[in-house]
Design a protein around this ligand. Sequence first.
Ligand code: COA
Length: 416
Amino acid sequence: MSKALEGVKILDMTHVQSGPTCTQLLAWFGADVIKVERPGVGDATRGQLRDIPDVDSLYFTMLNHNKRSVTLNPKTDSGAKIFTKLIEECDVLVENFAPGAIDRMGFPWGKIQEINPRMIYASVKGFGPGPYEDCKVYENVAQCTGGAASTTGFLDGPPLVTGAQIGDSGTGLHLAFGIVTALYHREQSGKGQRVECAMQDGVLNLSRVKLRDQQRLAHGPLKEYSQFGQGIEFGDATPRAGNDSGGGQPGWILKCKGWETDPNAYVYFITQAAVWGNICDLIGKPEWKEDPGYAKPADRLDKIKPIFDAIEEWTMTMDKFEVMNLCNPLNIPCGPILSMKELAEEPSLRETGTIVEVDHPERGKYLTVGNPVKLSDSPSDVKRSPLLGEHTDEILKTVLGLNDEEIAAAREEGAI
Ligand code: COA
């Protein structure tokens, strides 16, 4: 079976997390991703958060599977020539350096287009055009400036960032989508184009239901937020909603047996209107089915907290998996809070390739998250990340056609 993106060559100038998540996705789908790294230095994450001395960190290995690594300094004479050849040969250039870094290397968009009019040039930046366009940005800055932090956390606490890397990996996903769209468009137009994703925009896109709520506030309190039932007034901006569900079906995180000692003995429980009767029977409150204060969803909006208190009395009598096993047959949506340890050990995720064990020549075996997108005719296999410059000679010879003398001269100059 062929891979969906086989034949597509990616000139990968990405580093840290946002850009590498994008090119890793493209590599999983079969694109030939040539990761360009500074000679002797490489992507800074190779050395960050190391768990084993002198070995590429898990931060790096888990974001750079299925790629080839070439060391190259485009700021040197022969480096610039090699970089020009790479632009000629590749379909997509992806980068997430600070604003202007590729221009400062001597390769502004106009020049890239001249070298290869079919080239798609894709970038992640912290912000789009405007007052902050020149700023450097990391994950949590994007979460804070994109609306996620102001709406995450509890009402009586400070804004919170989330563990899901919506700024970096989220924007990488958006960028990959933009690249594939531009490749599709190139089929008809014959021309490449710029693809730009700002991390602030990506986070705001993922927080869109909170902008929905901002506008609903003008027409009255947000009745599905539990603060409504608690009589707490709304301010002029979408509030932090604790564990309230983001949609029209109230939900909350509830304690299960063992919560006193196990930080993850909890379950997310949704009181979906369609199965309200099942919930009442299950938790021993059959009278709520007919009670005019509880029977209809609108009747319950001012009682979200006491309802979940009652459900919690029931969930605390069993463990989170027992809750799920009892709810599932009754179509009651709920989810146990799974720790990273539990996910790493979950057999069904190993079977689908969502959790994969990879062998690395220097670190040995480690776990990673495989491709979460499954294509029926183009399965992804996860190959270990490359060592720094592991494929430099191979790429210069086979992709660019350089001979041994040219490679030696470039090395002499410090270009590779
Ligand atoms: N050869 C020679 N120089 C290279 C090189 C190579 N192969 N690869 C990178 N460099 C240079 C660049 O030219 C640049 O130099 P310059 O500033 O003199 O022009 C420098 O290395 C990299 O700069 P920068 O991107 O500023 O790195 P940083 O570590 O200071 O900042 C970020 C990191 C992530 C804050 C910044 O890159 C950024 O804001 N990126 C956009 C947003 C983003 O993706 N953030 C999330 C990251 S997960």
